[in-house]
Design a protein around this ligand. Structure first.
Ligand code: ATP
Ligand code: MG
Length: 557
């Protein structure tokens, strides 16, 4: 009962519970975790969740987390990816204790392989991959022994050395563990430990032409680093038996593997392989395209590290796979930006308003808070002149019921400035409204209003003369179906053709000079971030997220 209460109070996930028990029982004094990316792409939101889990555990409990590049596949790996991964983890707010590479253990792993051969626990198999597969059996039928299974230790040693020396072509031979071809777990049916691959490795160059398989590298690397809790995703659960077997037979440090469910987000894909295709086929403008679920894409779009951490915290750690609603991520982003983003005014679909009783050629400074959620950010100047711009949708010739914006005879407040009243409007030959004429109410300036007039609507606006044209990139979901992976055919068929719209907006002067990554709330429009393409000649803003969840609203209708 007491433990139950405590559990609730601290809200431990199942991995934290295991660790707490291990520390309490004295099994460990501190824990060591690792984040083990393969440097074959940029990190995505799924990795973010693994990062928060692994690094988070050693913030909660005594110990540390290593960054280990799982670089045993020379063909797909690249130093560009290594750099981006380090950059992304740091940006997420975490620091690793040691930067490690599985490739640094290639000599050690080779020695482990020799040890296995000497112990009669591994053999060189001359079978092709097809021949190996044909003898593998099925989950219900046992496999059959390879004709090469009973080679002598001497013969295996000689052949393995020849493999290493580059005397055989790719795919012609493998080193296999000698376990049991009738094992219930198919992964235990003489798994391949080494394969031949004549390929340049991003770190070891051409030193090796044989490379260890995942199963003969991951657990061994964990053990070399004395990782206590090796956390991976569920698909590796069947590998755990082999993980334990290899460590036991090698008589090395016993790391333990724990599995949690992959975190998948709807309306996108979280697989580096698929994301790479989107980049290579030009569906997006690079790994950091703001529509990508990569950490670099989300950063460029304006998501904050704090909001991504909050999201990962809220989805927690589960034992079963499920789809997470991107709406939750966007909610976390809004929560954080509401506290941090400076407020600015940008008109996206302009309609000219002439303040007929305001003198021509005069600029009056108005003031508005940078962020009402954080008064320490102060106020900014906003120029007010006779001609201003408002949104077209903020004027209606014949207003609908409950329309509290501008209409003939109606009053609204201009944010930070005066109350204005609409007198008349001008139409062109096509019947389109081109200009609205208003008068401003004296003594109604924000903060100094003595009129006692109550208006229901407040509009954002900019002075026409001072307006800065800016490029605005409006993003929508990258895919138009919720679960891309269950759809038939090519996943790229489901790309949302309207995931990017580029428009020109008219911004208040305070937005003329901003730095890439700066976040703003464009009043009544959403949160926006300065893009890396932005210059003072041509400011560019990404819409990070709308103010409300438009998709949820559409679903309600
Ligand atoms: P991908 O299919 O995108 O390449 P991966 O699992 O092959 O994913 P790795 O670079 O091998 O990518 O993963 C590094 C770590 O991140 C692993 O521990 C992996 O389990 C974890 N990880 C990867 N994708 C997810 C995900 N969607 N949710 C949670 N953890 C993930
Ligand atoms: Mg992988």
């Amino acid at each position: 009962m007491i433990t139950e209460e405590k559990k609730e109070e601290k809200n431990l996930n199942f991995i934290e519970e295991i660790i707490e028990a291990d520390l309490k029982s004295g099994k460990y004094e501190q824990i060591i975790t690792r984040f083990p990316p393969e440097p074959n792409g940029y990190l995505h939101i799924g990795h973010a969740s693994s990062i928060c889990l692994n690094f988070g555990l050693t913030k909660t409990f005594p110990g540390y987390t290593n960054l280990r590049f799982d670089d045993t596949n020379p063909v797909t790996e690249d130093t560009e990816y290594v750099e981006s991964i380090k950059n992304d983890i740091r940006w997420m707010g975490f620091e690793w204790k040691n930067e490690l590479y599985a490739s640094d253990y290639f000599d050690q792993l080779y020695a482990f392989a020799l040890k296995f051969i000497h112990a009669g626990l591994a053999y060189v198999d001359d079978s092709t991959s097809e021949e190996i597969a044909a003898l593998k059996g099925t989950p219900t039928e046992p496999g059959k022994d390879s004709p090469y299974r009973n080679r002598s230790v001497e013969e295996n040693l000689a052949l393995f050395e020849q493999m290493r020396n580059g005397e055989f072509p790719d795919g012609s031979r493998t080193l296999r563990a000698k376990i049991d071809m009738a094992h219930i777990n198919m992964l235990m049916r003489d798994p391949i430990l080494y394969r031949i691959k004549h390929a340049h490795h991003h770190r070891t160059g051409n030193k090796w032409c044989i490379y260890p398989m995942y199963d003969f590298a991951h657990g061994q690397s964990d053990s070399i680093e004395t990782v206590t809790h090796s956390i991976c995703t569920l698909e590796f659960a069947p590998h755990r038996e082999l993980y334990d077997w290899l460590i036991a037979k090698l008589e090395i440090y016993p790391s333990h593997q724990y599995e949690f469910a992959r975190r998948n987000l709807n309306y996108t894909v979280t697989s580096k392989r698929k994301l790479l295709q989107l980049v290579q086929d030009g569906h997006v403008n690079g790994w950091d395209d703001p529509r990508m679920p990569t950490i670099s894409g989300m950063r460029r779009r304006g998501f904050t590290a704090a909001s991504i951490r909050d999201f990962c915290d809220r989805i927690g750690v589960a034992r079963r796979e499920n789809m997470i609603d991107v709406g939750l991520l966007e909610f976390c982003v809004r929560e954080d930006l509401n506290k941090k983003a400076l407020r600015r005014m940008v008109v996206m679909d302009p309609l000219k308003v002439v303040i007929t009783n305001f003198p021509e050629g005069v600029t009056e400074m108005c003031h508005s808070e940078n962020n009402p959620e954080d008064i320490s950010t102060g106020v900014r100047d906003i120029p007010f002149t006779r001609e201003i711009l408002i949104e077209k949708e903020d004027f209606m010739e014949t207003p609908a019921k409950k329309y509290f914006r501008l209409a003939p005879g109606k009053m609204v407040r201009l944010k930070g400035a005066y109350i204005i009243q609409c007198e008349t409007f001008v139409k062109d030959e096509n019947g389109e409204i081109t200009e609205v004429h208003c008068s401003y109410i004296e003594n109604s300036k924000s903060g100094q209003d003595t009129t006692g007039i109550n208006v229901k609507g407040t509009l954002h606006w900019v002075s026409a003369k001072h307006a800065v044209p800016v490029e605005i990139r409006l993003y929508d979901r990258l895919f138009s179906v919720e679960n891309v992976s269950i759809e038939e055919g090519d996943f790229k068929d489901y790309i949302n053709p309207e995931s990017l719209e580029i428009i020109t907006g008219y911004a208040e002067p305070a937005l003329a000079d901003t730095n890439a990554g700066d976040s703003f709330q464009f009043l009544r429009k959403g949160y926006f971030a300065t893009d890396t393409d932005s210059t003072s000649e041509k400011p560019v803003f990404n819409r990070t997220v709308t103010l409300r969840d438009n998709w949820a609203k559409a679903a309600e209708k």
